[in-house]
Design a protein around this ligand. Structure first.
Ligand SMILES: C[S@@+](CC[C@H](N)C(=O)[O-])C[C@H]1O[C@@H](n2cnc3c(N)ncnc32)[C@H](O)[C@@H]1O
Length: 212
């Protein structure tokens, strides 16, 4: 007899993915119940990222790319922060289907963000990536390609789980990318990203390019 994993078990199972594992079947299967289950545990990083980006751009009329957009909780938060033009990119067709139904995205792209994205250089005013970095999802080796699509000086704000951030020294790797001129890190903040669970994470606030 198979037993359906609890919502909390699903949250933890994606966090146990290793580099090279594909998260696609897990997210395809999770898509339908994802929003309710994440809402139930008080998932708070999408509005945090959206508010951070909005404060950095001042003018929210420029296009923003939502990397690892999933079902669109992050896109909905961006819309809630007054961004007018939001595109989403994600690997999971199941997640993208739910995102499309929300009607907050101008366009949605099914793409594996560990490779070339096909997005134009500097074609976005800003980028968000909420919950798609670390634990067999994306990692620092993919950041250069993600930042490439943002206009130089445009904000790039990530939120990620604290486990891989600490274990794999993401801060050191992110700061190494800053040394290479990929982006300029403005600040990194620790917080707990699920009100009902102990889920430490990090908000990474940067701008595309080397700065002035
Ligand atoms: C925890 S969900 C976050 C979704 C959304 N941003 C949110 O805050 O609810 C992580 C998302 O990253 C996507 N993802 C993981 N690896 C990916 C990859 N290699 N390329 C594109 N998307 C990926 C998954 O499909 C999933 O939708």
């Amino acid at each position: 007899m198979s037993v359906e994993p609890t919502p909390t078990e699903k949250v933890f199972s994606v966090a146990e993915l290793k580099p090279g594992d594909s998260s696609e079947p897990i997210y395809d299967a999770w898509a339908e119940s994802y929003d309710q289950e994440l809402t139930d545990v008080g998932y708070n990083s999408p509005p945090l990222v959206a508010a951070t980006l909005a404060a950095m751009v001042g003018d929210t009329s420029g296009a923003v790319i939502d990397y690892g957009c999933g079902t669109g909780l992050s896109g909905s938060a961006l819309r809630g922060a007054d961004f007018e033009t939001i595109d989403g990119a994600d690997l999971s067709s199941g997640m993208l289907e739910i995102a499309a139904a929300k009607g907050v995205y101008r366009s949605l792209h099914k793409v594996d963000l560990t490779g070339p994205t096909g997005l134009g250089d500097g074609s976005y005013a800003a980028a968000a990536c909420v919950g798609a970095m670390g634990n067999g999802h994306l990692d620092p080796s993919h950041v250069t390609e993600l930042v490439r699509a943002v206009t130089p000086g445009g904000p790039v704000v990530f939120y990620m789980n604290g486990g891989p951030y600490v274990a794999d020294d993401y801060e050191g790797q992110f700061r190494g990318l800053a040394d290479e001129g990929v982006w300029t890190i403005e600040r990194i903040e620790a917080s707990n990203y699920m009100d009902e669970l102990a889920r430490p994470g990090f908000l990474v606030v940067a701008r595309a390019g080397a700065g002035t």
